[in-house]
Write a protein that binds this ligand. Structure first.
Ligand code: SF4
Length: 185
């Protein structure tokens, strides 16, 4: 029986990520990413890559955003569109449980899009040039206990298909490494 895991795009392709991100956070995430992937590959798990909603909408030179900025109809419609073929694949693997075991979906905590347990939250908007107190605005960004917008849409699509109890969602998050490592064992 083949075991299958769906993962956020940048778990396999870090080139999709926002550049110039916090160096310590990148290094901690990279260490866990490699550990997670080595474990998954050495245990023969098949890995399906979700699309990256931000790269496919804003490209590689995008700013870092907060989940508030993506909490709008247009971003959610984009997520739904790129997730539709993924949900089709997921349904087909689940429908053939004599051949396949779907272990779940692994997101990226902290991301405004792919966070599962945590996402970044702040009331960001507008241009930088005329803003008073830019430092205060930047430092108002907090990690909160909530999914990112892409994962919100994914959860809603799973609910619509009646699959919410059949698919486990967890995330890669350096301060809580067991979450992504445990889904493999
Ligand atoms: S949007 Fe998701 S897949 Fe894309 S870089 Fe961010 S966390 Fe990774």
């Amino acid at each position: 029986m083949k075991k299958i895991l769906f993962v956020s795009h940048c778990i396999l392709n870090t080139a999709s990520k926002v550049v110039l991100y916090n160096k310590d956070e990148i290094e901690a995430e990279e260490e866990l990413r490699l550990k997670f992937l080595n474990k998954a590959i050495s245990e023969g798990i098949q890995i399906i890559q979700l699309p990256c909603p931000e790269f496919t909408l804003y490209g590689p030179r995008r700013w870092g955003h907060t989940s508030n900025q993506f909490d709008n109809t247009f971003f959610m419609k984009h997520c739904k569109k790129i997730l539709t073929p993924i949900i089709d694949q997921l349904k087909e693997y689940l429908a053939n449980e004599d051949f396949f075991e779907v272990l779940g979906i692994v997101g990226i905590d902290g991301s405004p899009s792919c966070g599962v347990d945590y996402t970044c939250f702040a009331d960001w908007y507008g241009s930088f040039e005329c803003r008073q107190g830019l430092e205060d605005t930047l430092s108002s960004c907090k990690l909160i206990k909530k999914s990112g917008i892409f994962m919100d849409v994914l959860k809603e699509m799973l609910r619509e298909e009646g699959l919410e109890d059949k698919v486990k969602l967890t995330s890669l998050y350096a301060p809580e490494p067991e979450k992504c490592l445990n889904i493999i064992s």
